[in-house]
Design a protein. Structure first.
Length: 382
């Protein structure tokens, strides 16, 4: 039930035009960045913002031949293929650019502000309509005509502006947290590069680093279980090659271990202490001899290019036991291993906290959008 002063309007009713960017052979117009004009593709359209990277450029001649897709400030761009319905607003710095195979909605600012149209398109309500209106079989596709049919619960313009201002506060918080997270990830990467190679020593440590084979300092075993042995609500953690961690009602190991998938493309390790079940093509590195398990986790992860270079198979890469046993590792004395592991653990904890903050902010914004963009929660307009 909409508030009395709200009206339901289609995109076609609130836009001066809805068109599409260049579709037929856009690559014929491509030139270098120094010679051309930026052209938006789906890759440049993120939810509520422009991805200012991975551009292609049209020649001036090609741009002039496709003036109908020249962008203006306030246009709303909507992805057609891949993640249909993802939308952003063209800001002044991108006015005059061109566009390739994206929907270009030009709002009638007497009826709807561009930011509000973008917010609604990106909302759960908007995306559900887009999903129902998509065409295509294998790969879903949003046509111009379909987007024009999307219906928007529309408040008066002053309320639209207030709602957009409120949600932009969350956008700024999300953007700031994303930047903090990216910066922390880069800092951790630099720390690993310095600390796990001996290029930088922690204060107070001067002992010699020695190279040893992984098989000489730890036990390496595979499990005996299959994917069908796993559960969604078992008592013990079940590890296999997948990203999601399942459970089991039995355990094969009760120890500190570094878990590495025996099949895949990247072989990212996991660290675990306790009872767990293990897939028959997943490896557990345990029983560490004169070395720190957490340090082994970090150094195996950092040097996993060894696995990538040794893996066999064309479609799905596989690892064999000797590849683990003969993996060379540079090890500092045990006290320094523990100190390095403690530094990197702290960095991981900071990353986890930022990821949690980011998830919370996104959920808060999502919940607020569901209330504000449907009229279930009203705002006070000054």
């Amino acid at each position: 039930m909409l508030p009395e002063d709200w009206k339901k309007r289609s995109v076609a009713e609130v836009c001066r035009s809805v068109s599409v960017g260049v579709v037929i052979k856009p690559s014929q117009y491509y030139v270098s960045a120094s010679e051309g004009i930026k052209a938006f593709r789906s890759a440049n359209v993120k939810e509520g913002q422009v991805n200012n990277s991975d551009w292609v450029y049209f020649s001036h001649k090609g741009h002039n031949e496709n003036k109908k897709s020249e962008l203006k400030t306030g246009d709303v761009l909507v992805v057609r293929t891949g993640y249909p319905g993802t939308a952003c607003v063209v800001t002044p710095q991108y006015a005059g650019c061109n566009a390739i195979d994206v929907v270009i909605a030009r709002p009638d600012i007497q009826k709807i502000i561009p930011t509000y149209l973008c917010l609604f398109t990106n909302s759960e309500y908007g995306k559900s309509q887009v999903a129902n209106l998509q065409g295509g079989m294998a790969q879903k596709h949003l046509n111009v005509g379909a987007y024009q049919q999307v219906e928007i619960p529309l408040p008066p313009l002053p309320e639209q502006k207030k709602i957009a201002a409120i949600l932009s506060t969350w956008d700024r918080a999300i953007d700031g947290t994303e930047k903090l997270l990216a910066n922390s990830q880069q800092q951790k990467k630099a720390l690993m590069q310095q600390l796990l190679t001996g290029k930088k020593r922690l204060p107070g440590f001067t002992g010699e680093w020695k190279t040893k084979y992984l098989g000489d300092i730890a036990d390496i075993q595979t499990g005996r279980s299959n994917r069908q042995d796993s559960l969604t609500n078992g008592e013990y953690t079940f590890f296999d090659r997948s990203e999601d961690i399942r459970t089991s009602n039995r355990y094969l190991f009760d120890c500190e271990a570094v878990i590495v998938p025996g099949e895949g493309q990247d072989f990212v390790p996991k660290y675990f202490i306790g009872k767990f079940d293990l897939h028959q093509r997943t490896y557990a590195i345990s029983c560490f001899q004169a070395c720190d398990g957490k340090f082994i986790f970090y150094t195996v992860g950092y040097h996993r290019s060894h696995f990538l270079s040794q893996a066999v198979g064309s479609t799905v890469k596989s690892l064999r036991l000797p590849m683990f046993q003969k993996m060379p590792l540079k090890l500092p004395p045990l006290p320094e291993q523990r100190a390095i592991a403690a530094v990197l653990t702290t960095a991981d904890e900071e990353l986890t906290a930022l990821e949690s903050d980011l998830s919370r902010l996104r959920q808060e914004k999502k919940a607020l959008m569901q209330q504000l963009l449907t009229g279930k929660r009203r705002v006070t307009v000054d």
